[in-house]
Each structure stands twice: as structure tokens, then as C-alpha cells.
Design a protein. Sequence first.
Length: 160
Amino acid sequence: MVDRHPLLLRAEQIAANLQPFSHPWNANSELSGTQLGKAVGLKRTGVNFIRVPPGKESFIYHSHHREEEWIYILSGYGVAEIGEEEFEVNPGDFMGFPTPSVAHHLRNIGDEDLVYLTGGENLDVEIAEFPRLGKRMIRREGAIEIYDFSDAKPFGTLDT
């Protein structure tokens, strides 16, 4: 029986491919993860394996305009901010964020790593907002641009 295939990731390969990441706008963001979907050649769907240490946060409070996102907790305990509410999340819990999504964020409140799968769409253009920072991100053609809400100028309606 063959042991390796480019469309199959073994557990030891996943563990060996974990990369550290922290969001530059959140001093408490710390995780290690790997892009499972990309590793097996998926182009339209992202699937990621994430591990957040105790007392740390995954990313930053954000929302999506175009790409749906989901999170499935494998182990550990956390708090999910969904909109203005907070919910404890446990192994087996699932969250889905259809677009346009409500802002959300995840932090580890346990004494062990918070481990989860997260994923969603990989569209050519994505718009995400960071409402607590007053910023908007546009990702297109391989580039990321950041805008402050305060820089936006009204253009008018599409009905005129």
C-alpha cells in the first residue's frame, strides 16, 4: 500500500507544517497553523488547522463582506465574540458566518491549547472590516489594501 499522495496529508505532515502567526494589530494574537486546503491543491475552498495557546487570541475582531467563514472546535475551550455577544465554545461546537458576516473573534480561556479547523471561500476579491479599529481591508489580484473608515468619501446612490 502506498503511504504518500499529494492529495493526502498525514497527521505528522500537518504537525510538521505548523507555522507561527500573530496579527500585527492585536498584541495578544498568537497561533500556529497550517493551510490544509492549499497544501492539497484546493483553490476555491480554504481549510486551516489552528492551535491557539492558553490566554491568547486567534486573530482580531473582524467581519467579511464576500467570503463565508466557519470554525469547528476540536479541543480546548474558548470564548467566541459574535457581534456584541460572547459565548463559551467547547469541543464539537461549530460556528458559521454567512456574508455579509457579523463581526467575530475567538480567544482561548482554557489551560490547554484551543485547537480548531477553520475555513471558507477563496474568492478573487474579499472585503473585510475591523470595526473596532475603523479599518477596511480589500484583497484583490494578490494585493492587500487597508483603508481607514474616516478616509471614505460619499459617492452618491446607484439610482442617479
